[in-house]
Design a protein around this ligand. Structure first.
Ligand code: GUN
Length: 293
C-alpha cells in the first residue's frame, strides 16, 4: 500500500506556481489577483477561505477578501459580483459556498463572469469541461486528477466508481475520468444515495473516488485487493483530542481499507491540500489569460 501524499504534492506544485509568478513579476507582468467573497461565519468556510488567502500570499498572488454579514441581501451580493466582474485588476474570484438559505447559489454562480470563474462552477465552464474544451475545471476534481497523474496511476480501461453526485465533486470528476486520454479513459459508474447495490459495484472497482460526505462509509469488505482509493470526505466530527475541538473524517474506513489498497489518500493530507492548489493554478491561468481572453 502506498499513501498518496497530497500535502507533499501540493507543496511541490506551490513551489512551481511561485516560481512562475516570480518570473511574471520579474518581466514586468501583472501580478495575478484572486478575490474571495465570504458570507456569514460558517466555521468550515472561514477556515477554507483563510487558507486560500494565505496560499495566495505564499505563491505571490494579490488577494482580496470581501466579507458580508449573513443577512446580506441577494441583491447586494449580486451587485458585489458585478463589481468584481468589472474590476480589471481582479483576474479571478470565488464566492464561498454554502450561502445563507435566502440567497440563490445558482443565481450567484451564474452572475459570475465565466472568464473569472476560477472555481469552475459556472454552467459555461461545466459545459465546456463536459465536452472536453479548455475551461476552468473545478478545484477538487482537478486536484484528484493531478494526484493520479503525479503517482502515474493507470486509468485507461479501469473501472472507476464515483460515490456521490454533487455538482462540485461527483458529477465533474465522473465526467473527467471518462474523457479521452490520461488520466481518463476509465469506465465510470456513479453511485449515490438511491443506488441499491453499492457494495457489489464497489467490489468490482479498480478506482474508487468517495465523495458522499458520510464518515467511514466505505468499509474493508466493500473493496477488492489492489484498489486505488481517493477519499474526498472531510466531515467535521467533535474530538476531545484536538485544540479546535473537532477533527476531519473521510468517507473511507481507513484502517480497514488501506491494507487492501494499492494507493490511498489519507484524510487529512490527501485531496484537501490539492483543492486549494488547484484554485491557485486556475488563478494563474486566469492571470495569464490562458483559457479566455
Ligand atoms: N465550498 C466547498 N467547496 C468549495 C469550493 O471549492 N469553492 C467554493 N466557492 N465554495 C466551496
Amino acid at each position: 500500500m502506498q499513501l498518496i501524499d497530497g500535502k507533499a504534492i501540493s507543496a511541490q506544485i506551490k513551489i512551481e506556481i511561485a516560481e512562475e509568478v516570480a518570473k511574471i513579476k520579474a518581466s514586468g507582468g501583472k501580478t495575478p489577483h484572486l478575490a474571495a467573497v465570504l458570507v456569514g461565519y460558517d466555521g468550515g468556510s472561514e477556515t477554507y477561505v483563510a487558507s486560500k488567502v494565505r496560499t495566495c500570499e505564499e505563491v505571490g498572488f494579490k488577494s482580496s477578501l470581501i466579507r458580508f454579514e449573513d443577512n446580506v441581501s441577494e441583491e447586494e451580493l449580486l451587485a458585489c459580483v458585478e463589481k468584481l466582474n468589472n474590476d480589471t485588476d481582479i483576474d479571478g474570484f470565488i464566492v464561498q459556498l454554502p450561502l445563507p438559505k435566502h440567497i440563490s447559489e445558482q443565481k450567484v454562480i451564474e452572475a459570475i463572469d465565466y472568464r473569472k470563474d476560477v472555481d469552475g462552477f459556472h454552467p459555461i465552464n461545466v459545459g465546456r469541461m463536459s465536452i472536453g474544451l479548455p475551461c476552468f475545471v473545478s478545484a477538487t476534481p482537478a486536484g484528484i486528477l493531478e494526484l493520479l497523474k503525479r503517482y502515474n496511476i493507470p486509468t485507461q480501461g479501469k473501472h472507476c466508481v464515483v460515490l456521490g453526485r454533487s455538482n462540485i465533486v461527483g458529477k465533474p470528476v465522473a465526467n473527467l475520468m471518462m474523457q479521452k486520454g490520461y488520466p481518463g479513459d476509465a469506465t465510470v459508474t456513479v453511485c449515490h444515495s438511491r443506488t441499491p447495490n453499492i457494495k457489489e459495484i464497489c467490489q468490482s472497482a479498480d478506482i474508487i473516488i468517495a465523495a458522499l460526505g458520510v464518515p467511514e462509509f466505505l468499509k474493508g469488505d466493500m473493496v477488492k485487493d489492489g484498489v486505488v482509493i481517493i477519499d474526498v470526505g472531510t466531515t467535521r466530527v467533535s474530538s476531545s483530542e484536538t485544540k479546535s475541538g473537532f477533527r476531519l473524517k473521510g468517507d473511507v474506513a481507513f484502517e480497514e481499507v488501506a491494507p487492501k489498497a494499492s494507493f490511498i489518500t489519507p484524510v487529512p493530507g490527501g485531496v484537501g491540500p490539492m483543492t486549494i492548489i488547484s484554485l491557485m493554478r486556475n488563478t494563474l491561468l486566469a492571470g495569464k489569460k490562458e483559457i479566455y481572453n
